[in-house]
Design a protein around this ligand. Sequence first.
Ligand SMILES: [Zn+2]
Length: 209
Amino acid sequence: MRFSPLLSKVFFTFSSLARLGTPHQARLPQLSQLRPLPLRSMSGIPFLGALFGSSSSNNSSKMSYPDKRSDDEWRAVLNKEQFRILREKGTEPPGSGKFDKHYPEEGVYTCAACHAPLYKAKQKFKSGCGWPAYFDSIPGAVTRHEDKAFGMTRTEIVCSNCGGHLGHVFKGEGFPTPTDERHCVNSVSLSFAPDDKAGEAKDAKESKA
Ligand SMILES: [Zn+2]
């Protein structure tokens, strides 16, 4: 049995204190906090379980969108992880996405499936939640649905052009943004176009066919 230097030190400190008969024994449970929480036990927490599971509520996928590709057609253009998240409403692990800590000056985040422009770089903010966060979208680019999966009512957001799952939107969390909304989006659902001015100049019209 091997201990890390830190754990050994904690054990040593504890056993020294115990020998002295001090009342510090109450500190023992803190040892468990030094170990990373196994992922399996996290799924026992309803909120975290929901983040890692896929939604059973598919009301949004029954809706009609301009881009009506079939699952087979999507499989041909999306990789496995993109398909799981965009078409099966999965969620990427927090902190894992390539756009989580991506803060460009300008450019546009597009749908990774159909490339419709969704969010301007200027709409992104640091939420610290582990997923890309936007306080607003390009007008009309994102459609909201009530998501009642996992015994909770949340607001799912999908791409208005193809219905691809993006994430959820949360309101009233107190972030200092113009909307006090947080579009919590999977990086996997997004692409980034640094030169795309769609969000700046073409807000009003959806010119991409
Ligand atoms: Zn799309």
